[in-house]
Design a protein around this ligand. Structure first.
Ligand code: SF4
Length: 367
């Protein structure tokens, strides 16, 4: 019943005017997929504040400015979070048909190259928050980092787990604080059967309440991996299909994600801090500072079950086509053996830069 109602709302467009109370505007943002803010007069600045407030609440749908709008307001409208500007038909000041032509780009140079002000403010605040958390908890033990993260990002945080060789520790620490926190599992459909049975064993052992398997989009998988051997032809495209895109979609609803990354695993992780901001959301790395010996002793102390492949020489476990027992001394030696890859792309800084660029909105003029 509830989901039917929310689907209906999710496809709705709501119109509010500049006199709408802030709380009513936020209620509209929760209900609607698109919002029109009507400017009764071009000099009415309340529409900018409402737009910024709606964007800062996390609203990601279309925000359209309608009514009596002047061309040189475009820069302000953009930075307030509008992505469509639709002046009224026959507006006495600005006929829709003339809007695009009459707009003087030189007056608001670079409007589309800058982050909207609401977004820039949110990014700056998030960066400062991460810096403060690292200053206060940079050397704290993993259980403290998890407890702090769950408090600071309550309701907006998930843990990402591969249910791999060292995954049980982070999951157990999470379960000690809150078993209901969502745990995201990238079900690439290429996992070892041992990983899947270990996942089920850990879920039961730790009584995790909300483990969410993330699978690739079936249509995309059919189109891009028709024979199921994309990992042979282009392993980066395969990881993009089976890991990066499903994770991006799942993370949309979260401000923070807890990872199991460690400095001891190298591959660019040597300087990992417990709290990180990637330009989009906060990553929390509670076990960043633990080395394999410390992890092994915590497994013993906490009586955690071991991944079955650990006894067969695997020190890091991913998908079966791309994982081998470790041949060297490095924990991730067995990942993508024979290639120079060591990361699947979900923590790729290039991806982060792409995500940040994607947040730069291009305003559409309707006229
Ligand atoms: S690790 Fe291998 S099989 Fe798994 S998604 Fe990446 S390329 Fe595909």
């Amino acid at each position: 019943m509830g989901s039917e109602a929310s689907v209906k709302h999710a496809h709705s467009r709501v119109e509010i005017d500049t006199a709408t109370a802030p709380q009513a505007a936020l209620d509209a943002a929760r209900r609607a997929a698109a919002i029109d803010i009507r400017f009764p007069a071009f000099k009415d600045g309340r529409g900018y504040s409402l737009a910024a407030l709606i964007r800062e609440s996390g609203f990601a749908g279309e925000l359209r400015a309608t009514g009596d709008i002047l061309p040189d307001q475009k820069d302000y409208l953009t930075r307030s979070g509008f992505d469509v500007i639709a002046p009224d038909e026959g507006s006495p000041r600005w006929a829709r048909a003339s809007f695009t032509h009459a707009y003087q780009p030189g007056l608001a140079k670079g409007a589309n190259d800058r982050l909207p002000a609401y977004r820039a403010r949110a990014l700056a605040a998030r960066k400062a928050q991460v810096q403060a958390l690292n200053q206060q908890y940079g050397d704290a033990p993993p259980e403290t980092i998890i407890a702090v993260a769950l408090e600071v990002f309550a309701g907006r945080i998930a843990m990402l787990s591969s249910f791999g060789i060292e995954a049980a520790l982070g999951l157990a620490l999470l379960a000690q604080v809150d078993r209901a926190v969502p745990v995201l599992f990238l079900d690439t459909q290429r996992h070892f059967p041992q990983t899947l049975s270990y996942r089920d064993q850990l879920v039961a052992h730790l009584r995790l309440e909300d483990v969410r398997p993330l699978t690739p989009d079936p249509a995309e998988a059919r189109a891009q991996d028709h024979d199921g051997r994309l990992y042979e032809r282009d392993s980066e495209a395969c990881c993009d299909l089976r890991k990066v895109r499903p994770l991006n979609a799942a993370l949309d609803g979260f401000d923070a994600v807890i990872t199991g990354r460690k400095r001891a695993h190298g591959s660019g992780r040597e300087a990992l801090r417990p709290f990180e901001f990637d330009g989009e959301r906060v990553k929390i790395n509670p076990v960043a500072g633990l080395d394999p010996a410390r992890i092994a002793s915590l497994y013993r102390d906490m009586k955690l079950p071991a991944h079955p492949l650990g006894a067969q020489g695997y020190t890091s476990v991913g998908c079966w086509p791309c994982t081998a027992p470790s041949a060297g001394t490095h924990p991730r030696d067995g990942r993508w053996p024979g290639s120079d890859r060591s990361e699947c792309g979900i923590f790729d800084p290039v991806r982060t830069a792409r995500a940040e660029a994607a947040s730069r909105r291009t305003v559409r003029l309707i006229g």
